[in-house]
Design a protein around this ligand. Sequence first.
Ligand code: PLP
Length: 392
Amino acid sequence: MKPHPLFVREARGAHVWDLDGDRYVDYVMAWGPILLGHSDPRVVEAVREVATRMQVVGTSHELEYLAAEGVLAAVPHGERLLWSNTGTEAVQVALRLARAATGRRRVLKFARSYHGWHDSVYAGLDESDSGKPALPASKGQSPSALDDLLVATFNDVAMAGRLLGEAVERDIAAVLIDPILSNGGVEAPAPDFLPTLRSLCDRHGVVLIFDEVIAGFRIARGGAAEKYGVPPDLSVFGKAMAGGFTQSAVVGRADLVDQVTSGVVHAGTFNSNPIALAAVAATMTALAEPGLYEALEATSAAFERAVGGVLAEEPGGGALHRVGSLLQYVPSGGGTGLHGTGGLWELILAGMLREGFLFMPSGKVFLSAAHSASDVRATAEALSTVLGRLRA
Ligand code: PLP
């Protein structure tokens, strides 16, 4: 990261310390997994306790059950759960379940959404990709792996209706959606968008998959399904679910998930490793504590007001989008990118780093239960100083 890469030695609460011992307020938060705060003592203690008993066992164990109980209590539409390691892997499992159940091949996703780096979904990262054949977004990606991917426009009900109306002819097995475009500008779904997708999928026999790898447990305890009141057929979770450890899950309808006992292969040596599942169970218990989401919402709204207010006073300063505790800096004139926002944001990023505040090049801001009102106030003050210095 400009002006120099930060090498972290310790991360605790809402802060990280670099090798020189300098402290930063952290708004990167590992790109999403840290929702309670870094090194949350409840999570660390649960992991420590399990690590002294077992590491990975290759058969069933109690933490699979305890962690699943916690997740399913938070996500009431889920009837069954499969453990996996990363979001990328869990998305692939969900697509496999959808294709097996429908006997169809294609997947409809939305422009500006990221569903992991796998060959079959890494495309359609920009708005201009909508409605065109999906093209590889990385060197070395097999172009034929994208033959089954269709890319539509987020929040375009008419386009979704047109494509899904021909789901049988087009061989569409699944709609794969990140309901808040976490990596494409952070945008709430229009009020009729998710309900329309739900009823189109029902009508045309398509499996509706919510990719909640970022939204899950962050924008509400029950994720986007709870916040927007639309239950998908399958949900994919990762990141915040495991409080900083590597764990993902596919949650959903029993008839879909149960296909793993009748021909759908879901392999993986570390799929339900006890260490990460101890972290999931402890995180789920902590997230169920009364008042946590209300406090997180208050901090997030305060950040939007204070930091967004400073940006609004700066001519050409840009703005903030927010859904829950996920925010996105949007440059004036619009346009955000998975790989960086550039322009003024790059200067803000460098200036804020010198002031002791760590932000992401993409302009996304992850808040956590560990961020305080005084962190937010200090951030707004530092931003005023940095913008003033840039203006001078
Ligand atoms: N889906 C979404 C919405 C994501 O943001 C990400 C990662 O950032 C993924 C899937 C992939 O998850 P992972 O990086 O754990 O493979």
